[in-house]
Design a protein. Structure first.
Ligand SMILES: Nc1nc2c(ncn2[C@@H]2O[C@H](COP(=O)(O)OP(=O)(O)O)[C@@H](O)[C@H]2O)c(=O)[nH]1
Ligand SMILES: [Mg+2]
Length: 452
């Protein structure tokens, strides 16, 4: 068990009013007492004010607040001390150095949460949610992470696990009484229970593509002919003048990627070089880059302007649409210049003006619906899976459930068929983190910040 005392700054370095330092592990109260005067381990979870000194030199470092959390009622499950010092570049570093001199080891990334998992304070899904909550850049990411942290996904998986165990129990009954004609358990009962479990696994698995996209941000590539108004739209969606806009066709020669929050969802917006046959070497490379981005896109915004509009067979657009696999939202740009009266556009098309802002809100809603339609339909209550690790485990569970049904149809004996159910339960256990091998933990915590 990892119980040696560790210390880390839990807040980011830089100018701030306060900084928070965490200490966890065996003997941290005695250790903190070497640096803090007065020191009070009791009453537990009660803040006290103390002088923080370097234990060797005795030099005063700061006037701090501290609080003791005796295990197991702490974040890590171990004895834990939180110390608030003044913020800034120097004080927190000097305070951590004093605690290291007092006997603590600087923590590795994610080590506090790792201990929390190992001590049963949270499961692996909750640990991942902790990281997601910290990394959240869009409101929907925050809500989803909080839901997972509060065991939304864990609870669902445990219920599912229970259902598969019930099914296993039915089969066990059959194993015990094999000689009876149709078996003591009605085949419909088994089939019904199997169907329910399979539906649930498949339902969760179906959330994986958008769930993973929710963590990464949907890659939304803005494409179209030169001068179609792509860079202007890119800037309007970002709300800042990020890309250069001019009336000269071929201004954008490189792809520009920027994170954006659209209708509460995370996107990675990409402005690209306009698609045309160019002899310019740099522009040609830019167009090649555009095509590569288009190949990876989750969603494409295809911009068309004025004269091109209405031309039902624009060869650039047709060639383009034929090569893109991602969903395409066709946008008519510069509607403020549109002199024609009456609606001329197809309903599938959104008309916008980067100058007046007309149509932007509608476009944003469309983008969110195209990239995250399933999540929007699910609402915030239904859990979703957000990592390749989750998807792999659910795929395994699904394959085992199907293996079970196939074995039954083939008349394989009940005991052999039941091994598939056992394997499905194991896949769910791995997902929740019931017994988690070190290498899995290493991978999960690799992306954590120090102090968490
Ligand atoms: N009136 C008007 N002009 C626009 C609008 N969007 C872009 N433009 C102009 O169209 C030209 C090309 O725009 P730009 O965004 O650079 O197009 P890109 O080549 O597709 O990136 C520039 O002169 C812009 O000022 C718009 O919504 N309304
Ligand atoms: Mg441009």
């Amino acid at each position: 068990m990892l119980t040696d005392p560790i210390v880390a700054l839990a807040t980011p370095p830089g100018r701030s009013a306060v900084a928070l330092i965490r200490l966890s592990g065996r003997g941290v109260f005695a250790l903190a007492a070497r640096c803090l005067a007065p020191f009070r381990a009791e009453p537990a979870r009660t803040v006290f004010r103390a002088r923080l000194r370097h234990p060797a030199s005795g030099e005063a470092i700061d006037d701090a607040l501290a609080c003791c959390f005796p295990g197991p009622h702490s974040y890590t499950g171990e004895d834990l001390v939180e110390i608030s010092t003044h913020g800034g570049l120097v004080v927190p570093g000097a305070a951590v150095a004093a605690l290291v001199a007092g006997g603590a080891r600087p923590a590795e990334a994610g080590e506090f949460t790792r201990r929390a998992v190992l001590n049963g304070k949270m499961d692996l899904l909750q640990a991942e949610a902790t990281a997601d909550l910290i990394d959240a850049g869009a409101p929907v990411q925050r809500r989803r992470a909080l839901q997972q942290l509060e065991r939304g996904l864990s609870g669902r998986l445990e219920a599912l696990r229970g259902e598969i165990l019930d099914l296993e129990a039915l089969i066990a009954y059959e194993i015990d009484f094999p000689e009876e004609d149709a078996g003591p358990v009605a085949p419909d009962l088994v089939r019904g229970a199997w169907c329910v479990a399979r539906e649930r696994v498949a339902g969760l698995l179906a959330t994986a593509p958008e769930g993973e996209r929710l963590r990464e941000g949907a890659l939304c590539v803005i494409a179209g002919r030169p001068n179609a108004g792509k860079s202007s739209l890119f800037n309007a969606l970002l709300g800042t003048e990020r890309a250069i806009v001019t009336e000269i066709p071929g201004t954008t020669r490189d792809a520009i990627e920027a994170p954006a929050v659209i209708a509460g969802f995370p996107f990675r917006l990409v402005d690209t070089a306009g698609l045309r046959d160019s002899q310019d070497r740099v522009e040609k490379i830019g167009i090649e880059v555009s095509r590569r981005y288009l190949g990876a896109a989750d969603l494409v915004v295809f911009c068309e302007e004025g004269v091109v509009r209405g031309a039902s067979s624009d060869p650039v657009r047709e060639e383009f649409l034929a090569h893109v696999r991602a969903p395409v939202v066709v946008v008519h740009t510069k509607v403020d210049l549109d002199q024609s009266d009456g609606p001329t556009v197809r309903p599938a098309v959104v008309s916008v003006s980067a100058v007046t802002g007309a149509g932007l809100e509608e476009l944003k809603r469309r983008l969110a619906a195209e990239a995250f339609g399933r999540l929007l339909a699910l609402g915030d209550v239904e859990p979703v899976v957000t990592r390749a690790r989750h998807r792999a485990a659910l795929e395994r569970a699904l394959a085992e459930l199907d293996g079970f049904q196939a074995a039954r149809s083939a008349g394989v004996d009940a005991a052999a068929a039941a091994t598939h159910l056992r394997a499905a339960v194991t896949a769910l256990d791995d997902l929740i983190g019931v017994v988690t091998p070190d290498e899995v933990l290493d991978r999960v915590f690799a992306s954590f910040c120090v102090g968490k």
